[in-house]
Design a protein around this ligand. Structure first.
Ligand SMILES: Nc1nc2c(ncn2[C@@H]2O[C@H](COP(=O)(O)OP(=O)(O)OP(=O)(O)O)[C@@H](O)[C@H]2O)c(=O)[nH]1
Length: 390
């Protein structure tokens, strides 16, 4: 992920500044220029970078700072805050409530990943106890209904669509009404992909929105969109009152800076990111832990949440007891390897630890490390007669 490179470049600029004997105007400007260059290379909009520079200079006013103040720390904190501000529009998005019907409409450019993301979103809520349903109001792309149907069937989520009807507004209204009657509490409407130059398709999107009255419109954006992100996101915001953003394909080679621009253009928060084609390659997006991980500062709370997710609660005291007694057996190691594998891609787990950046563990190496752990486990399996370490 090139966003990790952005994090690496910013961290290096901050480290260089920290190594300077005295922090003067020149050191500060060099550091700021380095950070701005990294952001521009990652496709962040020029105006946003310029505003960030001005804000940081205002906060880190070397002349006004009292002698003895830790300027390095103030600078680091200012960079952290500014990056968070870029990603945080300051108002949370609508969140669906269990048992109360909500309509969520997905919009975005062609091929941005709407259909895939609709199912991921439905599946993620289904696992939290919601009763989701999918409506295919994409009558433009041949095969769109089949794709949604296939995804929905795999995830056991009810769906609605039509091969005959060509009016997306009619399908959307029928689908929403039907699932409201069936007491579904999260009705997701997938729409066709469109480009801001396609006025007729934008009008159609406005009509679907007017007819279904969604509680939330989610703008799905491919992370590789680059500098075009701002204008496109703004056009969608103007026609369909976008309330949240989901960035897809964060697992690819995209620069990802467009994400920052989309937040600025729609004044809406990023709520999830797509990290692969698979249904569960989907993560909740939280600004502070994300920026913290991006800068290699770690995310302890995320790390602890992962541990709690994968190590069964009843095993946690026993594990601690055995570790404190120093009796770390082969079986215990085997069980911990299994837990590590359940935590997800190794790179993602390491990026939650301070001093690590996802950049340090490129995708290929992640798979290598995971494969190594699997090989150790197979070895341990074969070391005992019973097939399991004792
Ligand atoms: N690697 C990766 N691929 C993704 C992700 N999300 C979607 N895709 C892929 O992107 C391609 C396009 O996804 P779709 O869901 O069909 O996109 P769409 O926006 O519905 O397409 P249109 O209806 O034509 O506008 C598919 O091959 C998906 O598998 C992601 O997070 N990571």
């Amino acid at each position: 992920m090139v966003l990790a490179q952005l994090g690496g470049s910013i961290s290096r600029a901050l480290a260089q500044m920290s190594n300077a004997t005295v922090i003067d105007e020149k050191v500060l400007n060099d550091c700021l220029n380095e950070i701005s260059r990294a952001l521009l290379q990652a496709d962040v909009q020029f105006k946003m970078v310029r505003d960030m520079q001005t804000n940081i200079k205002r906060i880190v006013n070397l002349e006004a700072l009292a002698a003895g103040t830790n300027k390095r720390r103030i600078m680091q904190q200012a960079v952290f805050t500014e990056l968070c501000n870029m990603l945080d529009p300051g108002k949370p998005s609508f969140t669906p409530k269990k048992g109360k019907p909500s309509v969520v409409m997905f919009v975005g450019l062609q091929g941005s990943g709407k259909t895939t993301t609709c199912t991921k979103y439905a599946y993620c809520h289904q696992r939290k106890g919601f009763k989701p349903a999918l409506v295919c109001a994409d009558t433009f792309r041949a095969g769109a209904f089949d794709q949604l149907k296939q995804n929905a069937t795999k995830a056991k989520i009810p769906f609605y669509g039509s091969y005959m009807e060509s009016d997306p507004v009619k399908i959307a209204v029928e689908g929403v009404e039907r699932f409201k009657k069936e007491n579904c509490d999260l009705i997701i409407v997938d729409t066709s992909g469109r480009h801001k130059q396609e006025a007729a398709l934008f009008e159609e999107m406005r009509q679907v929105s007017e007819a279904t009255k969604p509680d939330l419109v989610i703008f799905v954006m491919d992370s590789s969109i680059g500098q075009a992100a701002f204008d496109q996101a703004q056009a969608f915001k103007q026609s369909a009152s976008v309330g949240a953003v989901i960035i897809t394909k964060m697992d690819g080679h995209a620069k990802g800076g467009g994400a920052l621009s989309a937040v600025a253009a729609t004044k809406s928060p990023v709520i999830f990111i797509g990290t692969g084609e698979h249904i569960d390659e989907f993560e909740v997006f939280d600004v502070k832990p994300f920026v913290s991980r991006l800068l290699g500062m770690g995310d302890w709370s995320g790390f602890m949440d992962k541990i709690h997710e994968v190590v069964p609660t009843d095993q946690q005291p026993e594990l601690l007891q055995k570790l404190s007694e120093g009796s770390f057996t082969l079986r215990l190691m085997y069980e911990q390897f299994q837990n590590i594998l359940k935590m997800g891609p190794i790179g993602q787990v390491f990026s939650m630890l301070p001093g690590f950046s996802a950049e340090l563990m490129p995708k290929g190496h992640e798979k290598e490390s995971q494969a190594k752990i699997k090989r150790y486990m197979t070895m341990m399996d074969s070391m005992t007669d019973a097939g399991k370490p004792q």
